[in-house]
Design a protein around this ligand. Structure first.
Ligand code: TXA
Ligand code: MG
Length: 353
């Protein structure tokens, strides 16, 4: 009962206009529409309609305590959604919108409490994807959209990923092909005394600091007990983007990681386990005789970010019993990659020398 419709980003405003208009009509009527953004696929609903927003939580099986990002297509839509726009927000919008930056701003009375989980602030983002922008513009309303995965699963970067998680739970998926950025937007709190990153993502700390030098990196997480997870700030839980199989993060020099991962693969295979590994192109030769299921993320931070979630899902689907991941340089987009790997492994790190 879930319809999948292919939309060509090139012809979204011409040949595919009718289908976008139909999807926009669904949003206006309080229905759910899954659409691609440059980061990951979003599960969209009318952000001004609490009943529509409630359906998002149901479809994802997401707790109401985790607030939603409100997506807009034009800067002119911003002022109605917030009580004030600080100078910093204008400057960041100018530099990074449309794009993978979400700003936390003081919510106006128009925003239903369900969207913010009762917080006084709202998350706003203007995505940089022709299908997302054309759809939001055609709907004429702000669109609330979390990543279109089941709660606690890896975010979807293709329409097939969405279908695998939400088939039968959403009426429509707009398939615009694979997402180019591949990790979610950077969530930046502009309501705290100092602008602080809550979630690293598609806009790097370095890029933000080029505009606002005071921007603070996310605070390191050290959340372990279930109780602490329940009490953690929204979206800050360590176990979040977890694949359905246990995963381990190796951290050390490239050579040390290869040696330790090869050893671990051998041990686990002797116990009859099927092991999957996430590595870089530079590691491929070292693992060619390992008998592990290999998924290479490429070499540049951009390639690694784009392929990371597909890699986790591919290994999961291959039926591996354990996933071993190497770590990557945490500069630029690498900070978001490291964050997602930490979450995917639930903080299970093997630190080497
Ligand atoms: O790239 C993205 O941001 C994607 C695409 C679809 O735009 N969306 C996304 O949404 O990743 P979601 O719901 O999976 O993650 C939103 C994050 C969560 O960590 C949530 O806790 C945080 O943003 N967030 C949302 N509203 C907030 C608020 N008012 N205050 C603090 N954090 C908030
Ligand atoms: Mg999410």
């Amino acid at each position: 009962e879930t319809r999948l419709i292919k939309i060509d980003a090139q012809t979204v405003e011409t040949r595919d206009k009718d289908q976008i208009e139909q999807a926009a009509e669904m949003l206006r009527h309080g229905e759910l529409v899954v659409f691609p953004t440059e980061t990951v696929y979003g599960l969209g609903a009318n952000a001004l309609d609490p009943q529509a927003a409630e359906q998002i939580f149901r479809a994802k099986a997401r707790p109401f305590s985790d607030p939603l990002i409100v997506h807009i297509a034009d800067i002119s839509a911003l002022e109605a959604l917030v009580t004030s726009v600080p100078e910093n927000a204008w400057r960041l919008a100018q530099a990074f919108w449309p794009g993978p930056l979400t700003m936390i701003l003081p919510a106006s009375a128009k925003i239903p409490g369900l969207i913010t989980s009762g917080l006084p602030n709202v998350a706003i983002r203007m995505p940089n994807h022709p299908i997302a922008r054309t759809l939001i513009r055609a709907a004429g309303i702000p669109v609330a959209a979390p990543s279109a995965n089941r709660f606690m699963h890896v975010s979807p970067t293709t329409a097939q990923h969405v279908y695998d998680d939400l088939n039968g739970r959403v009426p429509l998926i707009l398939d615009g092909g694979p997402c180019t950025v591949g990790v979610e937007s950077t969530v930046l709190n502009l309501c705290s005394e100092v602008p602080t990153i809550l979630r690293p993502g598609g806009i790097s700390l370095e890029a933000l600091r080029a505009i606002i030098p005071q921007v603070q990196p996310p605070s390191p997480r050290s959340i372990n007990t279930e109780q602490e997870i329940a009490q953690a700030a929204p979206g800050q839980m360590l176990i979040h983007y977890a694949p359905q199989v246990p995963a381990y993060l190796f951290d050390g020099s490239p050579e040390a990681m290869r040696i330790a991962m090869l050893e671990e693969i051998q041990q686990r295979q002797q116990e009859g386990e099927l092991v999957g590994i996430l590595i870089a192109d530079d590691d491929l030769v070292a693992f060619q005789d390992s008998n592990a299921i290999v998924y290479s993320l490429g070499n540049t931070p951009e390639q690694i970010a784009t392929r990371l979630f597909a890699g986790l899902r591919t290994l999961e689907a291959a039926g591996v019993q354990t996933i071993l991941c190497r770590s990557f340089d945490a500069q630029g987009l690498g900070l978001a990659v490291h964050d997602r790997l930490l979450k995917a492994t639930g903080g299970k790190i093997k630190k080497l020398d």
